[in-house]
Write a protein that binds this ligand. Structure first.
Ligand code: TYD
Length: 139
């Protein structure tokens, strides 16, 4: 199991082609982000005050982008917590494996897009925080 820390998680500034007709951003797996993209999902129509996440992944790498609006991502490696405010469609938060994440403070109409290094597998999740912290402190 990867021994990671929240210091391995970073906001990545993506290429941005400024254009009076509208700006353009692109992402290539293993070039702008340190994994190949196997899945894309997005959260939208999030009601005010809602919280998402509340889990960690064993092996999954992700990039989280505020495609529209804004929200906060709280990362936690079992020892340290850090809150990131995302509000730019050309900035993504890279989240490495074994990091607990919570997403809150969604603005109305916001869209949270996530690029993931693997397909959906429920076995890759820790959904119990105490179990996650125990595994982190014993590894
Ligand atoms: P979950 O990952 O818990 O959502 P979030 O972290 O955004 O709060 O997923 C919510 C539900 O959606 C859960 O039943 C699993 C399902 N799901 C899929 O079927 N495929 C996916 O790619 C994802 C991310 C979730």
């Amino acid at each position: 199991m990867a021994k990671t820390s929240i210091n391995d998680c970073k906001v990545v500034l993506l290429p941005k082609i400024n254009d009076p007709r509208g700006n353009l951003t692109f992402i290539e797996g293993n070039r702008h982000i340190p994994f190949s993209i196997q899945r894309v999902y997005y959260l939208y129509d999030v009601p005010g005050g809602a919280e998402r996440g509340g889990h960690a992944h064993k092996d999954l790498h992700q990039l989280i982008i505020a495609m529209s609006g804004s929200f906060d991502v709280v990362l936690d490696d079992g020892a340290e917590k850090k809150r990131f405010h995302l509000n730019r469609s050309y900035a993504g938060l890279y989240v490495c494996p074994m990091i607990w994440r919570e997403i809150d403070n969604f603005s109305s109409g916001s869209v949270c897009m996530v690029l993931a290094s693997n397909r959906y597998e429920e076995d890759d999740y820790y959904r119990n925080y105490e179990e996650f912290v125990n595994i982190r402190s014993n590894s």
